[in-house]
Design a protein around this ligand. Structure first.
Ligand code: CTP
Length: 421
């Protein structure tokens, strides 16, 4: 279960409580699972533990001040909120609960909690009477009603010498519950096939035609599909990314190899997501030896590569197919045309090139418009792993509806009347 935390980005908020020292153990355990951790401390927290401890354990600088020009230049507070997959505040003091309820943004952690659009989890720790107090309980109920998750607190002996409810949950418990947040399930039992990255089309033994695709979007989608419970196969062109844990990767170089690998897998596929930037053409002939320069101009004769997505849809109409439209202009028109032309269920329209700014090829961020025959959904600029999860959520929602519609129309064709539902 803890492997769900691998490669996740957790922003850990530490507030002023004697239990702050236990947050160090949380960071250590998170790091052991391969989680990226950034720590934000309130001023009161630094009275209990030094930032240096968290810096050493997390491997990242600790964020302390809202108006720190140097820290803002490195990673602004809005960027930091957007960086995270979840925000965990452990320990969360009674004072912090009150401030959070009020929506105070006069320190860094408060501002981050307002700017976030990811799960916010609190692990409270305080004296048992402070915990029981009406004000604290009232704050807690309000926060819960706003969707804030609360882990603990535990019952037992407290630092103040009293016994009761208010102890920070054990770090191992907190980490285990955090992993649960990332449990998928939306694609449980389904088989997802993806293509990713560029293809390379040889000109001669040392040169090739290719493009700027980094493969990041495809790899993020493969990870998101795996996290959602799917069995995932990723046919990948040459990229410099580590294979995602739990995903079967089939490395290929050329479009023809990619097409063959996809066709071989299609029989055992429910959903096919084509993110690869497949070279549309390859040199008609590959020179056996390195081409030496001689004439002023050199003309390469190119031949069309197979359209993998179109062929996949034609071969297996029962596979739900998602394509990407990587365009430098007029994205929506091209996307709609590709939806019809390739006969697929969804096209994710993707602006690339200089107009894309901080998104598209090579970037860690992306923005997409998911285009189906019935709807258009915009996914605003966000890290590719977040966008990937949103795409998977949409696909998981639409896939069963599409299956049902196919079944219904097959029945109408066979029996001439709609099925009884
Ligand atoms: N695609 C594919 N095989 C190809 C070309 C494209 O599977 N030979 C897939 C891509 O992975 C993507 C979608 O088709 O999901 C659209 O790719 P794109 O390059 O945007 O469009 P093309 O069909 O190549 O058309 P054009 O280059 O003219 O825009």
């Amino acid at each position: 279960m803890l492997e769900r935390l691998a490669n996740k980005r957790i922003l850990l908020g530490v507030t002023g409580s004697i239990a702050a020292y236990k947050a160090a153990e949380i960071v250590r355990r998170l790091r052991e699972t391969g989680t990226e951790v950034r720590v934000v401390m309130t001023r009161a927290a630094t009275e209990f533990v030094t930032p240096m401890t968290f810096q050493a354990l997390s491997g990242n600088p600790v964020h302390l001040e809202l108006l720190d020009a140097q820290a803002e230049a490195a990673m602004g507070h809005i960027e930091l909120a957007r960086w995270a997959d979840a925000i965990l505040v452990a320990p969360a003091s009674a004072n912090f609960l009150a401030r959070l309820r009020e929506g105070r943004a006069d320190d860094l952690l408060g501002a981050l909690c307002l700017a976030k659009d990811v799960p916010l989890i609190l692990a409270p720790a305080m004296n048992n009477r402070m915990w029981r107090d009406h004000a604290t309980q009232d704050n807690l109920q309000t926060l819960k009603s706003r969707g804030v998750l609360v882990f603990g607190p535990d019952e037992g002996s407290q630092a103040c010498g009293e016994t009761g409810t208010g102890r920070l949950q054990e770090p191992s418990n907190i980490v285990a519950q955090l992993a649960d947040i990332f449990k998928g399930g939306a694609l449980d039992g389904l088989r997802v096939l993806l293509t990713a990255g560029p293809t390379q089309e040889a000109i001669d033994p040392v040169r090739y035609i290719s493009n700027h695709s980094s493969g990041k979007m495809g790899y993020a989608l493969a990870t998101a599909a795996m996290e959602a419970g799917a069995r995932v196969t990723l046919v990948s062109g040459p990229v410099s990314l580590a294979p995602p844990a739990g995903v079967q990767v089939i490395p290929v170089t050329t479009a023809v190899q990619m097409a063959k690998a996809v066709m071989a897998q299609l029989n055992a596929t429910d959903i096919f997501i084509a993110t690869a930037a497949v070279a549309d053409y390859r040199p008609a002939e590959v020179a056996d030896e390195k081409i030496k320069k001689s004439a002023e101009n050199l003309t390469l004769n190119l031949t069309r590569n197979p359209d993998i997505l179109r062929t996949a849809k034609q071969t297996m109409p029962g596979v739900y197919c998602v394509g990407f439209a990587a365009e430098t202009t007029d994205v929506m028109n091209h996307a709609r045309a590709k939806l019809t032309d390739k006969g697929v269920e969804m096209i994710a329209a993707n602006l690339v090139g200089t107009a894309a700014g901080d998104s598209g090829f090579g970037s860690d961020n992306n923005t997409l418009i998911l285009c189906t025959r019935e709807s258009e959904v915009t996914l605003p600029l966000a890290p590719k792993n977040k966008i990937a999860r949103e795409v998977i959520t949409h696909v998981a929602r639409l896939y069963p509806l599409w299956r049902q519609t196919r079944k219904d129309s097959a029945q109408i064709l066979r029996f001439g009347k709609p099925p009884i539902s």
